[in-house]
Write a protein that binds this ligand. Structure first.
Ligand code: PGA
Length: 259
């Protein structure tokens, strides 16, 4: 796991976007796994800038998103489909038909999840998976206590995630946050060939510590990424503050990135 500790969120977002731009230039048919939340917005803006500058095209890229709230229609302004359209898809030249988000209104959600897994497999798997991390160490909506080999399924949000998500979204009203979601599983995520995880701010310190330097445990589902051969963590100094080997990670990653 490479931990790139940046002076600011802006710098980290830029570096992560550069890694994606480079990969899509090398393989215009890259399959992306995408994430929502406040964290990747800056990176998505940087990706859009590269498209505008004519550096890269997403015309042949296909994407699968991590999760969607159960019970929200794609048109709902707090749905993850809506979020992706606004924050990325409308800003780049991707074909919307090539973008996939789980259907929060699926009549048979378990079938929806199984079909989603099959679509990803049929696409040849995810080349690059973008992740944020919850303050409780979750990846996608895989909360503490989730099997580290879980597959895409209906999941149940913890009170801490509901609180975090209400703080940034849903006008601050916890009662409006759905309590369930459809989410890629931990096992599904781990099958991505490369993973880019972003983490910013003091609120992510403990989660990052658990993920990078803690034991592998279902109480911090992100910790399973220690077993993955190609994970790049782009974070700011605030999120990295509790890491024991932070100076070492910063030096090693900067050397590898040629910075
Ligand atoms: P955030 O959420 O980007 O809004 O902090 C991250 C997550 O829950 O994965």
């Amino acid at each position: 796991m490479e931990v790139v500790i940046c002076k600011s969120k802006g710098e980290a977002s830029k570096l992560a976007a550069e890694m994606i731009t480079k990969a899509v230039k090398a393989n215009p048919k890259t399959v992306l796994g995408l994430a929502t939340g406040s964290t990747p917005v800056g990176m998505y803006d940087e990706m859009a800038k590269a498209v505008k500058a004519g550096e890269v095209s997403y015309k042949q890229v296909r994407s699968w998103n991590l999760d969607e709230y159960y019970g929200l229609p794609p048109t709902h302004d707090q749905s993850y489909r809506y979020f992706m359209n606004k924050n990325l898809f409308e800003k780049i030249d991707i074909d919307l038909a090539n973008t996939h988000v789980l259907d929060g209104l699926a009549a048979d959600p378990e079938k929806e999840c199984a079909d989603y897994e099959k679509q990803i497999k049929d696409a040849g798997g995810i080349d690059i998976q973008v992740l944020g991390i919850g303050s409780d160490g979750h990846i996608a909506f895989n909360e503490p206590g989730t099997s580290l080999t879980s597959r895409t399924s209906v999941v149940y949000l913890t009170p801490s995630t509901i609180k975090d998500n209400a703080r940034l979204f849903f006008g601050g009203d916890e009662s409006k946050v759905p309590t369930r979601a459809l989410s890629m599983g931990v096992g599904t995520i781990c099958e991505a060939k490369k993973i880019i995880l972003l983490a910013f701010g003091e609120n992510k310190q403990d989660a990052l510590l658990g993920m990078v330097e803690g034991g592998i445990t279902q109480f911090c589902t992100a910790s399973i990424l220690q077993m993955h051969p190609d994970v790049w963590v782009f974070c700011d100094e605030a999120a990295a503050a509790k890491l024991k080997l932070k100076e070492y990670y910063a030096w090693r990653s900067a050397t590898k990135l040629g910075k």
